[in-house]
Design a protein around this ligand. Structure first.
Ligand code: NAD
Length: 453
């Protein structure tokens, strides 16, 4: 069976991908387990060279990879290019830390001499969503390979082609074809088979909270390691000591980037009541200047990636407006035509409770607050906790928020910046486990203790 891949800006057919059945997945896992025997014993320096080669090949192909990403995902070319270059940088990072993946040694009087070595976990599954396929592929695959594991990477059915192209590029760079395999298909059949496959010992999943629960339950039943990066509904908090215009420009940039389809987008914009009018006026101006259109042309914002997303976003906004739970300032409608375009939207004076669920699209909702304690209470009132930001020029205020916000990441006067050196992941319904930083060593290796008498 094959799945059609379409351009969300035009509806044009781009390509088709095969659906891996459970037996295809099992055959791939067997090849990976066999390949693990030599990959595990490949010197860290050799693995590092292959990852650096991969990064240079990706950089040399940035234009074609970015165009492919735009065609299947919808984002503007400039964003696609920065994501591709970001993926190259991630492989360089993992190359640079390959040699740091090591254990420990300790002399224990009366017991002996203890060596703790780090062994690869075995066959890993990397399950990737459609919103940022290149960078999420690089995070998961870079970490697994650096630690000496083979990996089966499954992209989403609506944006699989860039991941396939990156897979081929890594093979050309010297990563053996059985050590990295791209498993295409849908979630219900192929994704499930991958998570259930007994030879897969580690699952790293990025996607929706609902699917994450299912993946976590299956991994639990089969006693395999699991790492879940799920949805977010993060707060972007503009305190009364913030540079309001700078904060408004950043909020617009980080809310409408990738058409609002980023787990750590600035989703709930909490603005001190004293600066709400200035913030809204400035944000409205900037939002109305966003040119929406085909990402391959001169647009600043592309379409949503698929029809389900468009329907979800459109219904969510209609509900808020029709129930008088927020005031529409600009946008609030589909752009007619073939693509899944939605006008960049700003809602103000939104009741915090109505946006407790994530809206994965180009919709900014401004929620006013009176005190820092109230802002923290609103920010922490959802079940999610991925990445929040606070905007202030007062250090004590920054410290208070950084300490009290429930989130895996807190930015101060920044948002959405995720260098590979920084551990990234969520709390609560945003999942558990961390990508990047040096925490990946604990994710992708097992400690083995050897006590010499
Ligand atoms: P999704 O959960 O439907 O799919 C994610 C991936 O899982 C896809 O590759 C899909 O094919 C696969 N999948 C689906 N069902 C599966 C199953 N039963 N078993 C195994 N795999 C399965 O999510 P989506 O619609 O692709 O992505 C959008 C959502 O993901 C948003 O809610 C967003 O917040 C979240 N997301 C989170 C992060 C993060 O880093 N935390 C990043 C991107 C997206």
């Amino acid at each position: 069976m094959m799945i059609d891949v379409q351009n969300p800006a035009t509806g044009e057919h781009i390509s088709s991908i095969p659906v891996f059945s459970a037996s295809d997945v099992s055959a791939a896992a067997n090849r990976a387990a066999e390949a693990a025997k030599s990959w595990e014993h490949t010197a860290a320096s050799v693995r590092a060279v292959k990852l650096v080669n991969a990064a240079s090949l990706i950089r040399s192909r940035q234009d074609s990879l970015a165009a492919l990403l735009t065609r299947e995902q919808g984002k503007p070319l400039t964003e696609a290019k920065s994501e591709i270059m970001g993926a190259a940088h991630v492989f360089e990072y993992y190359a640079s830390v390959c040699g740091s993946i090591r254990g420990d040694a300790q002399n224990l009087p009366n017991y002996g001499y203890l060596n703790v070595i780090r062994k690869p976990v075995g066959v890993c599954a990397a399950i990737i969503p459609w919103n940022m396929p290149a960078i999420i592929f690089a995070w998961k695959v870079g970490a697994a390979l650096a630690c000496g594991n083979p990996v089966l990477a499954k992209p989403s059915a609506t944006a699989p082609l860039t991941v396939q192209a990156l897979g081929n590029t890594l093979h050309e760079a010297g990563i053996p074809t059985d050590v990295l395999q791209i498993i295409t298909g849908n979630g219900g059949e192929t994704g499930r088979a991958l998570v259930d496959e007994p030879l897969v010992r580690h699952v790293s999943f990025t996607g929706s909270t609902a699917t994450g629960r299912e993946v976590g339950a299956s991994a639990g039943r089969n006693l395999k390691r699991v790492h879940l990066e799920l949805g977010g509904n993060d707060a972007f908090i503009v305190t009364k000591s913030a540079d309001v215009k700078r904060a408004a420009a950043a909020a617009v940039r980080h809310r409408f980037y990738n058409c609002g389809q980023v787990c750590t987008s600035a989703k709930r914009i909490l603005v001190h009541e004293s600066c709400e009018d200035t913030f809204v006026a400035h944000a409205k101006d900037l939002i109305e200047q966003i040119h929406v259109g085909n990402g391959l042309l001169e647009s600043k914002m592309g379409p949503l990636n698929n029809k389900d997303q468009l329907v979800f976003v459109s219904n969510a906004v209609d509900n808020i407006v029709s129930r008088d739970e927020g005031t529409l300032v600009t946008g609030g409608e589909r752009i007619e035509g073939k693509g899944y375009f939605y006008r960049p939207t700003l809602l103000r004076d939104v009741t915090p409770e109505v946006v407790s669920e994530e809206i994965f699209g180009p919709v900014m909702y401004v929620i006013p607050f009176r005190t820092d304690d109230e802002a923290i209470q609103i920010a922490n009132s959802t079940k999610y906790g991925l990445g929040s930001s606070v905007w202030t020029d007062r250090l004590a205020v920054a410290h208070k928020y950084a300490d009290e916000l429930k989130a895996g990441v807190v930015w101060v006067n920044k948002h959405l910046i995720l260098p590979p050196e920084m551990p990234f992941g969520g709390v609560g319904d945003s999942g558990f486990g961390r990508e990047n930083g040096m925490d990946f060593i604990y994710e992708y290796t097992e400690a083995k203790s050897i006590l010499f008498g």
